[in-house]
Structures are given as structure tokens and as C-alpha cells.
Design a protein around this ligand. Structure first.
Ligand code: DC
Length: 215
């Protein structure tokens, strides 16, 4: 790995996406949202009338994935997030999606990649690793706002329950469970504005850049 790579992991709604985007703009690096891969696999399986618990069907969809499949607002729905979490438990699906992520990150001048297992499995050599968390209540509140902006109206209690279920599944699965890498810096955004969260992330990256001699 030659470029500068930032791995951002954490549960849904903690602020990974916005932090990744702001870091990408600041560093001039492309951003890869790995959750879209699992969402796209889930969407393809459902479109083919398949079963999300059928590992072989999910692997088939993962192997046939096209970059064009990662676009479109439909993937960003709450239902697709839940479906993606179910698809993501299958070890062979995760395996089938490794290359696409590593290839993206290997390109000069580097990349920001966000997900659940980027610092622990996909890009263990990333120069900077951030594990972004926030309380389930604040994550649910943010998700509620995002969904509303997308024209999706959901009940706060349903979103909170969805988040708890997704956290439990993502943390409990045997293959690449959601957890901080030993060398990740924790960033709790519960009481932080977007600007403050970005500032904290920028300081973490600056320290990592100084360490890796790329500042
Ligand atoms: O980040 P997201 O909400 O788009 O992710 C949707 C689901 O995909 C998440 O609940 C678990 C799975 N996922 C994963 O297992 N590993 C990743 N690197 C990214 C997402």
C-alpha cells in the first residue's frame, strides 16, 4: 500500500459517511462507502427473488456486482440497510467483496474507506484508523432526519429498534464482526456537531500523517 489510506469503521448513523466525505475533500482523496457493496448485493438478491439467508445466492450476486450497481438512492433506504446486514453475515460474500475494496484503496494517492471491518480485516495496514461511535439514541435521531430528507417517513422508535438489531447482528457475526481495530482511535460523536466531529477526525489523521512521515 503506497498511498495514504484512512479506514473509518463504526455502527450505522455514527457519522462515518459525513466524516469520510469531509476528510476526502480535505485530503483530496476519493471516498469508498463499503456499505454500498453489501446493500447492492442485497438489492440484487431481492430483485432476483432470492433469499438473503441463502449464502450461495448472495455469493452469486456479489461475484456479478458491477460498479454501476452502487449508484442510486434506492440502496440508501432503511430496509436495504437491514437487508445488507443480513447479507453481510455470510463469510463467502465478505470474501467475494475484498478485492474491489483493496483495489480501490491501492490506487495513488490513497483513499478513505468506511465500513465495519476496514481497519480490522480489509485494510489492516491503513495509516490512519478511526472508529466512530455515538449513543444509539443520537444515531437514531440522525437517521430519522436523513430518512426524512430522502422523503422516507419513519417512526423514531422503529429506527431505534432497527439500529439495536443491526448493531447486535453486525457485532455478533463470526466473520469480520464490527469492532475497533487495536490501533484505531475512538471518536464518540454523540455530543459533537458535524464541524466538531470533522475537526476531531482531522486531528487524528494529522497525527497519523506525522507518524507515517507524510505530513
Ligand atoms: O454502512 P451501511 O449502513 O451502509 O452498512 C449496511 C450493512 O452492511 C451493515 O449493517 C453491515 C454491512 N457492512 C459490513 O458488514 N461491512 C462493511 N464494511 C460495511 C457494511
Amino acid at each position: 500500500m503506497m498511498g495514504f489510506v484512512v479506514a473509518i469503521d463504526g455502527p450505522a448513523g455514527a457519522g462515518k459517511g459525513v466524516i469520510a466525505a469531509r476528510l476526502g475533500a480535505w485530503l483530496g482523496l476519493p471516498v469508498f462507502d463499503s456499505g454500498l457493496l453489501y446493500r447492492a448485493v442485497a438489492a440484487a438478491v431481492l430483485a432476483a427473488g432470492g433469499d438473503l439467508d441463502d449464502e450461495a445466492a448472495c455469493v452469486k450476486a456479489a461475484t456479478a456486482l458491477d460498479p454501476a450497481d452502487l449508484a442510486g438512492p434506492a440502496l440508501r433506504s432503511a430496509a436495504m440497510g437491514e437487508a445488507a446486514s443480513r447479507v453481510a453475515v455470510h463469510p463467502k460474500v465478505r470474501e467475494a467483496l475484498i478485492d474491489i475494496q483493496r483495489t480501490f484503496a491501492a490506487r495513488e494517492p490513497g483513499a478513505i474507506v468506511d465500513g465495519r471491518d476496514i481497519g480490522t480485516v480489509i485494510l489492516k495496514d491503513a495509516q490512519a484508523k478511526i472508529f466512530v461511535t455515538a449513543s444509539p439514541e443520537s444515531r437514531a435521531a440522525r437517521r430519522w432526519g436523513q430518512l426524512r430528507q430522502q422523503g422516507e417517513h419513519a417512526l423514531f422508535a422503529d429506527i431505534l429498534a432497527d439500529i439495536a438489531r443491526r448493531d447486535a447482528r453486525d457485532e455478533a457475526r463470526a466473520a469480520a464482526p464490527l469492532k475497533p481495530a487495536p490501533d484505531a482511535v475512538l471518536l464518540d460523536t454523540t455530543d459533537l456537531s458535524i464541524d466538531a466531529a470533522f475537526d476531531a477526525a482531522r486531528r487524528i489523521v494529522e497525527a497519523a500523517r506525522a507518524r507515517s512521515g507524510q505530513s
